[in-house]
Write a protein that binds this ligand. Structure first.
Ligand code: ADP
Ligand code: MG
Length: 648
């Protein structure tokens, strides 16, 4: 079986409008074990011929059999596998990876092709080319001759039956030239088929046969010595690497390239980093706002309905709320008799009051309500007790004070048992109210609570009440109830709808759903903002990946020459972009948590760090890495090996 059998092979390049023929109906046979030189002037098509033979390039027409196998119609994957297991390349420019040492460079093909104990084999090959003491040197620490010997060791690691060498001595001094030729002679003696392109007659003298090429045609052949016969082997085995051993190798390559370009990796991850910080803190803020609103509502009591008297229009003039007050204490019994769904109800009056304790003054709100106000509004005292119905009926001079009042008048000390002057009337403090926080409009803790009748008769001098506050049964829909209670009150007080919005009815359920709706809109906006910043981060990654692919075009070509499939290249670059983006995501997460913590500490904002937001940030950065890494990876994967190798 012939190693190489070429019939009528032609190739031309299209330059502008004219076809430019590089190879013109070449016929060539190379036996197994032969050492053949291809000679000819520069530009005669030698390299092109060698690249077609090495499956790095395609011919336009003609047939080509490599070890008896017709290869013109094979897919790029099969061609990669053949290159990986049957072919070794030696190039004029060595094509070593500059950041990897000699050993790593020699091992590179083992990434794609199954080679048992690659490191051992690589060390053995390096020893054979006399570099046993240079195993950990990087290319820039080696002379040209030594670099080419590394390349020869690399070509041999998969023990290929055939070696293609394109001007292997072209960049070397005369001493190194001879050393390299001696290596090739040694390989020839070991039984390798070698095809070498050269334009130096002294180098061609080492070969069995010289083929002279000119203008893309073989012009004559010169037999130097009779090729020695080697036992023919059937070259049909493929040793393509698969599964985890392939992926883990690619992962290591990606990690290596990312860590050897740390600054670049960091800079490209920066966009994602800020994006994730943004997502984390924004979502934490949103969650926090939601939580504090929810807390406020739960402090108000569930299913609470408040009726207030509003302004009454007369002749187009709107009267202030309270000017015409239409609610009175009798409404309480009337409403609870009429509406069984009202679980409890209290009339409420409000006013301002000047408080004096010892030599301290404080202007505060005073609220009067009945004894059930405690359970209606969740006002279980933190200190002392609530007032009783009896105290309310007796108009007792007792009060409960809110946190702000305690802070201002008592410097935070327990107020229970003391006497306080409210509008110059002396009251005994019987309890301290639980903290309710601020609604944003009003500090709910700046309040003194007294029994309803005490407030109306002894403090504020009111006949009418300001609010009716009631709690509905859990499953009662407030919507129906609101219209019913409005018409009931209109009927009772001889008013009607046309007189204006006299009874304003607010249900907490309604307000809560309105607030949570606003909250959702807010969250959506914030997420959109965070998404935009992550997208910008993704575009940043894509840019840098594209630059990196362009910069590493030659490396990509080399990997393909050594047996990498398109998918191997794609996966490697996808892993790189995903790892970059994940790194950004992770650092962003750490910074984000710090930011959240900082905001919480320094502004006292309610912030909730939620696991969904962390998961979201992570998922998003992986997705961004894949999406924005896709195009650069695809571009890299589709590069033709020869275009990549020829690029300078
Ligand atoms: P040699 O190796 O014998 O010096 P090559 O095989 O490298 O010659 O090139 C043969 C001819 O083909 C040269 O004239 C070169 O300019 C041309 N050539 C090579 N590659 C390309 C290409 N990608 N596009 C157009 N012309 C090319
Ligand atoms: Mg050339």
């Amino acid at each position: 079986m012939l190693a190489i059998e070429i019939k009528n092979l032609s190739k031309s390049y299209k330059i502008g409008n004219s076809q430019f023929s590089v190879l013109n109906r070449i016929n060539l046979e190379i036996k197994q074990g032969e050492f053949v030189a291809i000679m000819g002037p520069s530009g005669s098509g030698k390299s092109t011929l060698l690249q077609v033979m090495g499956l790095l390039d395609h011919a336009d027409s003609g047939s080509y059999r490599l070890f008896g196998k017709n290869v013109e119609k094979e897919s790029s994957n099969v061609l990669s596998d053949i290159r990986g297991s049957l072919i070794g390349f030696v190039f004029q420019q060595f094509h070593l990876l500059s950041k990897s040492n000699a050993l790593q460079n020699v091992c590179l093909p083992s990434l794609y092709t199954e080679i048992p104990n690659p490191v051992l084999v690589a060390e053995k090959q390096l020893t054979k080319v006399g570099l046993q003491n240079r195993v950990f040197h990087t290319p820039n620490e080696l002379s040209g001759g030594q670099q080419q010997r590394v390349a020869i060791a690399r070509a041999l690691i998969n023990d290929p039956p055939i070696i293609f060498a394109d001007e292997p001595t072209g960049n070397l001094d005369s001493k190194s030239k001879i050393e390299i030729m001696m290596e090739l002679v040694r390989l020839h003696e070991e039984g390798k088929t070698i095809v070498m392109v050269t334009h130096e007659p002294e180098m061609a003298d080492y070969c069995d046969r010289i083929i002279h090429v000119s203008d893309g045609e073989i012009i004559n052949e010169e037999i130097k010595r009779k090729a020695k016969m080697i036992p023919e082997s059937n070259q049909n085995f493929m040793r393509r690497k698969t599964g985890w051993s392939l992926i883990s190798g690619l992962l290591k390559q990606s990690l290596f390239s990312l860590t050897s370009n740390r600054l670049r990796t960091f800079l490209s991850a920066l966009g994602i980093l800020f994006g994730v910080v943004c997502v984390i803190s924004v979502m934490a803020l949103g969650e926090g706002a939601k939580k504090s609103v929810e807390e406020q509502f739960s402090s108000l009591g569930a299913n609470l309905v408040i009726v207030r008297t509003g302004g009454m229009r007369s002749g187009g003039v709107s009267l202030e709320a309270g000017t015409v007050n239409r609610l009175d204490v009798n409404d309480v019994t009337a409403v609870s008799r009429k509406f069984p769904e009202v679980k409890q109800i209290s009339a409420v009056v409000n006013g301002r009051a000047q408080l004096v304790f010892g030599n301290r003054n404080w202007n505060s709100f005073v609220t009067g309500a009945s004894a059930n106000y405690e359970s209606l509004r969740n006002l279980e005292p933190t200190e002392g007790r609530f007032f009783t119905e009896e105290e309310d009926n007796k108009r007792a001079l007792v009060c409960l004070v809110g946190n702000t009042v305690v802070r201002e008048l008592y410097e935070g000390k327990n107020p229970v048992g003391t006497y306080i002057k409210i509008n110059r009337v002396s009251f005994r403090v019987i309890g301290q109210l639980p903290e309710k926080g601020s609604t944003g409009f009003r500090d709910q803790d700046d309040v003194v609570l007294v029994p309803l009748n005490t407030a109306m008769r002894r403090l504020l001098n009111k006949d009418a009440v300001d609010n009716l506050e009631m709690e509905l049964d859990q499953n009662e829909s407030s919507e129906n109830f609101i219209s019913q209670i409005k018409s009931f009150l209109h009927e009772r007080h001889g008013t009607n709808e046309s007189m204006g919005n006299i009874y304003q009815v607010m249900s907490m359920a309604d307000i809560q759903s309105a607030v949570s709706e606003t909250n959702q809109t807010m969250s959506a906006l914030l997420i959109a903002l965070a998404t935009v910043s992550l997208l910008v981060g993704g575009i940043g990654i894509m840019n840098i990946m594209l630059v990196s692919v362009k910069e590493r075009t030659k490396e990509i070509g080399l990997r393909k020459a050594l047996g990498a499939r398109e998918s191997d290249i794609r996966i490697q670059f996808l892993i790189e972009s995903t790892l970059t983006s994940l790194t950004g995501g992770f650092v962003g997460l750490v910074f984000g948590i710090f930011t959240v913590y900082f905001l919480q500490k320094s502004f006292g904002w309610t912030i909730v760090l939620s696991f969904p937001s962390i998961g979201f940030a992570f998922l998003f950065s992986i997705t961004i890495g894949i999406i924005f890494g896709w195009w650069p990876s695809e571009y890299a994967a589709k590069l033709s090996p020869i275009v990549a190798l020829r690029s300078e």
